[in-house]
Design a protein around this ligand. Structure first.
Ligand code: AMP
Ligand code: GLY
Length: 473
């Protein structure tokens, strides 16, 4: 099976890591990325899927592309395309495409639906309840806090909110104001907040657990320890400034992001815990979903878990895809051919596969568009708090040429010559700009290489957490 042509649909660092994994397969000739970003073409065998120089984005455009270019396999990265039914459309047209169908993407698309399903399957979840009415939600939160003064609440927008739709509340007042911020116009997360889920805040350690499913067999992937909060624990001043600039009345709330970095292998996901999660959570969810809906779950499934001190896992959320930036530190460790894995998922042959992994540590740091004032040279502008809040883009990026050759740089949000500027220069286009990944035999060495390299990159407002991997070396 030589000379395969693959399309990866994703615009971020995860997409570039997936494309890179396919490109390492001996059977793959070319990898197209759609819509991709400036980093997509910096990898061997990889190109942006374009028509007349214009990157392709819509499902019909991409369907035309795979037919015209005789693409053998399409892999979908982000939840949006999956929820929009891209897999359904491609399958109906006889294309080989990997990812859950629209009917299964609801596991990420609706937190309220998923928690109800998991409860019915007796998969462990925190005590939780769904609401469509803000007054009822406030009343529940108020009563819950009065009856459980030692427990906290997490308020979650039901729909897709780019991984930012959950607010962990530090006090009853914060819980009440969060209900309003999410449910009442102008809604913090837009239409995603029409319905909310109120959930007890669990204590323990968080774990992102990834598995592959072909509809029958569920196979665990390796995991990554990730850093979701925007700031490290010792950055209280920066947290307050962020909230002040974001006009958030809760000044000490360290906001959640899609992820600020991470490392793999995971320091405490051992075989025993993996087996427990597979048996109590991953397998019952995939099988129970099929029984409840009649639909197979095919693709990557990602469980956001809280592990209690007694090592009991509870599901905080399900995603129907790989994580970003988790993919950037997990996939480079994969030694088994990624094309072969993808074929096995499509052909219901996962049961015959054994995955092989590099024992090396891979540590990734996300460089984000942080607090900044737009320079006068580009029109000037007021101070913005930075990702995950409002941030500036279109800032020139320097220093990538000084990064060591064996350090991976997966671009999350970059473009060449944005807005008519110099076509050969790289600019920022998003909150997360790039994920730099270094590897070594020990975590300490991987960490030291990653921090040594990221210091060589610069853009206006660039910020990154300084504590990725710290405490585990
Ligand atoms: P989610 O969008 O559900 O993944 O939540 C985002 C983040 O909020 C998680 O990664 C946790 O850090 C935190 N979180 C969500 N639900 C809970 C919970 N019930 N207890 C504690 N932390 C939570
Ligand atoms: N890193 C979290 C996510 O991809 O949702």
């Amino acid at each position: 099976m030589s000379g395969k042509r693959v399309l990866v649909v994703d615009s971020g660092g995860r997409g570039n890591a997936i494309a890179h994994a396919f490109a390492r397969s001996e059977s793959v000739l070319s990898v197209f990325v759609a819509p991709g970003n400036a980093g997509s073409e910096m990898m061997d065998k990889c190109r942006i899927a374009a028509e007349n120089g214009k990157p392709l984005k819509s499902i019909p455009e991409l369907l035309n592309f795979v037919k015209k270019e005789k693409i053998d396999l399409t892999f979908v990265g982000p939840e949006g395309y999956l929820s929009d039914g891209m897999v359904n459309v491609f399958l109906e047209e006889g294309q080989r495409i990997l990812g859950p169908k629209k009917e299964a993407a609801i596991l990420e698309g609706s937190k309220c639906y998923t928690k109800d399903l998991l409860k019915s399957l007796k998969v462990p979840v925190p005590p939780c309840q769904n609401f469509e009415d803000a007054a009822e939600a406030r009343e529940y939160a108020r009563q819950y806090c009065a009856e459980n003064p030692k427990k906290g609440l997490v308020i979650k927008a039901d729909g897709l909110a780019a991984g930012k739709g959950s607010v962990v509340c530090g006090s009853p007042e914060e819980a009440l104001s969060t209900v309003d911020r999410i449910m009442v116009e102008p809604r913090l997360f837009g239409a995603a907040g029409k319905r909310i889920e109120i959930e007890e805040k669990l204590e323990g350690r968080e774990l992102m657990f990834f598995a592959l499913s072909d509809g029958e067999t569920v196979l665990p992937l390796q995991s990554a320890l990730d850093y979701k909060q925007a700031f490290a624990a010792d950055e209280g001043v920066a947290v307050r400034l962020f909230n002040k600039l974001s006009r958030n009345p809760c000044l000490d709330n360290n906001p959640n992001t899609g992820g600020m970095g991470g490392f793999s292998p995971h320091p405490w996901l051992d075989e025993e815990l993996t087996e427990k999660i597979m048996k109590r959570i991953a397998v019952p969810t995939v099988r129970g979903f099929k029984e409840a809906t009649g639909h197979d779950y095919v693709g990557v499934i990602y469980f956001g878990l809280m592990i209690s001190d007694e090592k009991e896992p509870s599901v905080l959320e399900i995603n129907v895809r790989l994580g970003d930036p988790e993919a950037e530190v997990i996939l480079p460790r994969l030694k088994t051919d990624f094309y072969q894995i993808s074929e096995a998922m499509l052909d219901r042959k996962l049961g015959s596969l054994q995955l092989e992994w590099s024992p090396e540590y891979y540590l990734g740091i996300c460089a984000i568009s942080g607090r900044a004032i737009k320079p006068l040279a580009s029109g000037g502008g007021g101070e913005r708090p930075g990702y995950p809040g409002e941030h500036y883009t279109n800032m020139p990026i320097n220093g990538l040429d000084r990064v060591d050759p064996d350090t991976l740089v997966y671009h999350n949000g970059t473009a060449f010559g944005a807005e008519g500027a110099d076509k050969s220069r790289l600019f920022t286009t998003g909150g997360r700009v790039l994920t730099l990944v270094a590897h070594a035999a020990t975590l300490a060495e991987a960490r030291s290489r990653a921090y040594d390299n990221i210091k060589r990159i610069r853009f206006n407002g660039m910020r990154y957490r300084k504590d990725i991997g710290l405490g585990y070396v």
